[in-house]
Design a protein around this ligand. Structure first.
Ligand code: MN
Ligand code: MN
Length: 459
């Protein structure tokens, strides 16, 4: 046999996809990315798309027939979509799981203060960020405020900065002229979490004897627009996210830049492939999109929540099937991004094993760190099953890992699904500058992820 027949070669897959289909899919994704900058926004967007694709909100106890399309929202921050298959749930489900949250700057519960004629919000960053990347870029404010009005809870949506005519917010940086001390520090010490304060205004309120006139003027603005008093910050979820849109990158437009590719470049194709199924699949197909992955998957909207189990128990009960029996026969693609090999940072990468841009949907057998800790490590059998599904459907795929052994590491939701006795493997799109306010992926990999999910649902 020849080298070509015997060797595994990671190569760009440009010859394996229609360039027009790749470009068209990227356009839809860009539009989604610009609207879905927080998990709440993403759930709203997904719900609207699902309803347009014939999905209905699931009611407990409702009868389920093959071909039925249902969804369930978890507290506005997660969503499960399902298409009921021809076979019984006792045969298991084809499950995809991805996350909708992304690293960002959260506003603290008591954020507003005035200092030297300027008003700021105190913050607490969310997820693994490099703090130096967040000052001196335009930010939007997104989220909700739940106010208590006459004993009734009222939810108000907040979005400032998305419209081109809107003002933006910013974290200020130190000028280089005065930064000689800062520049000598280690990168992790150059910016402190307590220093990531958001500049929100400077115009004072009129009136004598006002102690904090700028803070008062900002509070009045918030009161007029959202009916807020300062105490309402306690029942708010407000976040600052980058105020720039997704765009093509490269003179040849082969890349796509934007905020929150991790993990929307997996959740979007996982969901759109399910919504796009034109015939009833053999197995029931489920797409699970969760929150809180970036902070460890805890809480009612994270992957460790029983919300998913309760939903599965409900639909299994409709068919008289035990959920444990369903899980045992299910397969899951834990869809999360992986590191793309970057020749600019070659010393932390492992050239043979790291994912590469344009080489397709990346299968990651295990994540974790320090001797494969904190990972589910997919079985050889499952890896082979998934490879075969992709090969049969002509999906360009590759293997990926996260850099050199002992260089660092990370995890995904895979282990929480595998712990439920579901055969699970990580699969995703390779990302450059992961967790930066502006991340980069290849359009071809995004498209191959979509084709991969589609083939997996149909298997
Ligand atoms: Mn992720
Ligand atoms: Mn991440």
């Amino acid at each position: 046999m020849t080298e070509e027949q015997l060797f595994y070669d990671k190569k760009p897959a440009f010859d394996r996809a229609d360039p027009e289909a790749v470009a068209a899919y990227a356009e839809g994704y860009k539009a989604f990315l610009d609207r879905a900058k927080t998990e709440r926004d993403a759930v709203k967007e997904m719900t609207a798309r699902a309803e347009a694709a014939g999905f209905h909100a699931y009611r407990r106890g409702q009868e389920l027939r093959p071909g039925d399309r249902i969804y369930q929202v978890n507290r506005g921050k997660g969503i499960i979509l399902a298409v009921i298959g021809e076979q019984s749930l006792a045969e298991g489900v084809q499950l995809t799981a991805a996350h909708l949250d992304a690293p960002r700057i959260d506003i603290r519960t008591l954020p507003l203060y005035e200092s030297e004629g300027m008003a700021f919000f105190k913050t607490h960053y969310y997820g693994g960020i490099k703090k130096y990347q967040w000052p001196a870029i335009p930010l939007e404010l997104r989220g909700v405020v739940c106010v208590c009005e006459g004993g009734e809870v009222k939810k108000v949506e907040v979005s400032v900065g998305a419209d081109p005519s809107d003002p933006k917010l910013v974290i200020t940086d130190l000028l280089p002229h005065l930064a000689s001390e800062q520049m000598q520090k280690k990168m992790v010490e150059g910016f402190k979490g307590e220093g990531l304060n958001i500049l929100v205004g400077s115009r004072p309120a009129d009136g004598k004897d006002v102690k904090e006139p700028v803070k008062l003027a900002i509070m009045r603005l918030l009161n007029e627009k959202y009916g807020m008093k300062e105490a309402d910050f306690l029942s708010a979820e407000l976040s600052c996210v980058p105020a720039f849109g997704a765009c093509d990158i490269g003179l040849d437009r082969s890349f796509l830049g934007g905020y929150g590719h991790d993990d929307r470049c997996c959740s979007y194709p996982a969901a759109t492939a399910l919504m796009g199924l034109s015939s009833t699949p053999a197995h029931t197909c489920v797409c699970l999109l969760v929150d809180k992955e970036e902070v460890g998957s805890d809480g009612v909207t994270g992957m460790k929540s029983r919300h998913f189990d309760t939903f599965m128990e409900d639909i299994c009960r409709a068919q008289g099937v035990a959920v444990s029996e369903c899980f045992e026969r299910s397969a899951c693609l834990s869809a999360d991004v992986c590191n793309a090999y970057d020749p600019n940072y070659a010393d932390v990468s492992e050239k043979r094993n790291d994912g590469r841009v344009n080489c397709g949907f990346a299968l990651v057998k295990y994540t974790g760190s320090r001797g494969k800790s904190g990972t589910s490590d997919a079985t050889a059998e499952l890896m082979a099953r998934v490879r075969c599904i992709f090969d049969r459907a002509g999906v360009a795929w590759q293997t990926a890992q996260l850099g050199k052994v002992d260089q660092g590491g990370g995890g995904t939701v895979a282990m929480y699904l595998a712990n439920r006795n579901i055969d699970t493997v990580d699969a995703g799109v390779p990302v450059l500058s992961m967790h930066a306010p502006f991340e980069v992926i290849s359009k071809l990999d995004l498209y191959m992820a979509f084709r991969g999910f589609e083939a997996f649902y149909k298997a």
